[in-house]
Design a protein around this ligand. Structure first.
Ligand SMILES: C[S@@+](CC[C@H](N)C(=O)[O-])C[C@H]1O[C@@H](n2cnc3c(N)ncnc32)[C@H](O)[C@@H]1O
Length: 531
């Protein structure tokens, strides 16, 4: 018989926990909980193994998966790992009458390599490489799996690889993780391993309007594995709301039967590319004569100071410390300071008058005041920060000339490009775009294109999703993205685009941006490049 308190078939314990324990503590341990309906869905996959006797949950939390399992299977043995004593104390109270459930206060990554399970179910902690002891964990993976992984690897994928290794014959595993690794550089080796071990069966990507995890800024996907040789392909499934899980349940119950549209054999899957192309229609496929953006230029991140509060200056701070303009580098420090598509000298002067932070301390000429300010930095240990400590001298700025075009890093409605007519520098809030010899003669035409919806649509194929509609582009996402070949445009079309573009620029700078001109430019590109 199950103890009555195990039959908690909702997120009530998690809700209570989140109310009593600080967000800081939860963040420290990456405690973001699985919604109960999702836990049930994952559980049903695991229970599809008819010989199931042992189950592992490597990141137990309050045991949402064990609670879901116990609704259907009272006998199997469930083992859990949990690193946080506080949450384990709560979990033990929930499971106190349960003989067949045992949770160990241990780090999953450094324990249990010798055991194998019939079912492994997990919502692993999301930790970027600098948030965990990444060297020791990677060493553990290398020693046990013979896999040398990229130092930027997020911990959740390492949980995933270890669990895939710990599956018994006919064992099944269900993981809920951010979709990020499918489309990121560090994910390539992880994907290669998943292709090689041939256990992956389904990748279910959530395209929810709302975050699946209440306060975590990520998108989620569920990966289902089976160690059974019954299939040699992976099916990609997109779902738009948790309600769709029910009908999906029926489909997945028929495993290994059923052939679906977005199915790719292990030999077809390419670990080198973003796997978004397998589950999301690529906008670029609708257009012709596309070439990589890197043909025309290079995108690199803006200046990172390592201590913005120290390095950034406004006019009053400059006055206070008596730093003259020779030792101040004009620089955009916040994206909100730039509203339009053109940033002119006049805009810069306006920000200066508004006392915005638009300078960086750039000690190129030694003055009494600059020496004093450097000493102040040392007294405040600014010279010991991660980035400053690696520079020589520590207060020297990264050498990065102003770029003619900026592009926003985080976006909600597609990429935002800005023509840097003021020729000033920028912090990491924007990436810099440098043009090469091939594109310099076409700079205006290129910028006209960057303002269009068609360009945004095609760039979107390479975005990273952060949940809640927030998208991020790393420099290489743009370098590798596609764009139209400007040299395919005839002289007449070019002239027409340019005259519309100059008119648009005028309209924007006079404070009355005429969007219909942009629409016309977009129309010309569509006419020329739609297949
Ligand atoms: C994302 S939560 C998931 C909790 C629960 N399984 C759920 O789905 O709601 C991850 C849990 O793993 C724990 N954890 C973090 N690092 C761990 C590690 N290295 N080994 C074991 N548990 C860990 C955290 O304390 C947290 O409770």
């Amino acid at each position: 018989m199950l103890a009555p308190n195990i039959e908690i078939i909702s997120n009530e314990p998690e809700r209570e926990y989140a109310q009593t324990v600080s967000l800081e503590h939860r963040k420290k341990y990456a405690q973001f909980f699985t919604p109960f309906v999702v836990a049930e869905f994952m559980t049903n996959w695991i229970l599809g193994n008819k010989q199931l006797q042992t189950i592992l949950d490597p990141a137990f939390g309050l045991g949402i998966f064990a609670r879901a399992i116990r609704q259907k299977n009272a006998d199997c043995f469930i083992k859990g790992f949990e690193i946080d004593e506080t949450i384990l104390h709560e979990a033990n109270a929930i499971f106190e009458h349960e003989k067949n459930t045992s949770v160990l206060l241990k780090d999953y990554m450094f324990n249990d390599w010798g055991n194998h399970y019939d079912g492994i179910i997990c919502n692993p902690p999301y930790f970027k490489f600098h948030d965990y002891d990444n060297k020791s964990v990677l060493k553990e993976i290398e020693e046990n799996l013979g896999l040398k992984l990229n130092g930027f690897t997020n911990l959740y994928t390492l949980f995933l690889l270890k669990s895939a290794y710990q599956l018994n014959k006919n064992g099944r595993s269900a993981y809920i993780i951010p979709s990020e690794f499918l489309n990121s550089d560090y994910g390539k080796l992880v994907k290669s391993y998943l292709i090689e071990n041939r256990l992956l069966r389904y990748i279910i990507v959530f395209d929810f309007e709302e975050n699946v995890f209440d306060d975590a800024l990520t998108t989620a996907s569920i990966l289902l594995f089976a160690n059974d040789n019954k299939k040699s392909e992976v099916e990609f499934i997109n779902i738009k709301s948790p309600d769709e899980l029910q009908s999906l349940q029926i489909k997945i119950q028929s495993y290994p039967k059923g052939i679906a549209k977005k199915t790719f054999s292990f030999s077809e899957l390419n670990p080198e590319i973003k796997w978004r192309s397998y589950y999301q229609k690529q906008n670029a496929t609708r257009f012709k004569n596309l070439i990589p953006f890197s043909t025309y230029g290079k995108v690199v991140r803006g200046i990172a100071t390592g201590a913005n509060e120290y390095f950034t200056f406004n006019q009053s701070k400059a006055k206070e410390y008596n730093i003259d303009e020779k030792n101040l580098l004009p620089c955009i420090t916040k994206s909100v300071d730039v509203s339009g598509s053109f940033f002119t000298k006049k805009n810069f002067e306006e920000l200066k008058q508004q006392n915005k932070n638009i300078f960086l301390f750039n000690a190129i000429e030694q003055t009494e005041a600059s020496s004093k300010y450097i000493l102040k930095g040392e007294a405040e240990k600014i010279n010991k920060r991660f980035l400053t400590a690696s520079r020589n001298p520590w207060y020297a700025l990264e050498k990065r000339p102003p770029s003619p075009i900026w592009v926003s890093v985080f976006n909600r409605n597609g990429l935002r490009f800005i023509r840097n007519e003021a020729n000033i520098s920028n912090l990491t809030t924007f990436h810099c775009i440098y043009l090469n010899l091939f594109s310099q003669p076409k700079a205006d035409l290129l910028f006209a294109y960057l303002l269009t919806d068609i360009s945004k649509e095609i760039f979107n194929d390479n975005r990273r999703e952060y949940g809640n509609g927030l998208h991020k582009f790393e420099p290489n996402d743009i370098n590798k993205a596609l764009m139209v070949d400007l040299y395919e445009i005839s002289k007449t079309d070019e002239e027409q685009i340019l005259s519309l573009y100059y008119a648009y620029r005028e309209s924007e700078l006079s404070g009355n941006a005429n969007a219909s001109l942009l629409k016309k430019i977009n129309g010309i590109f569509l006419k020329l490049f739609t297949k």
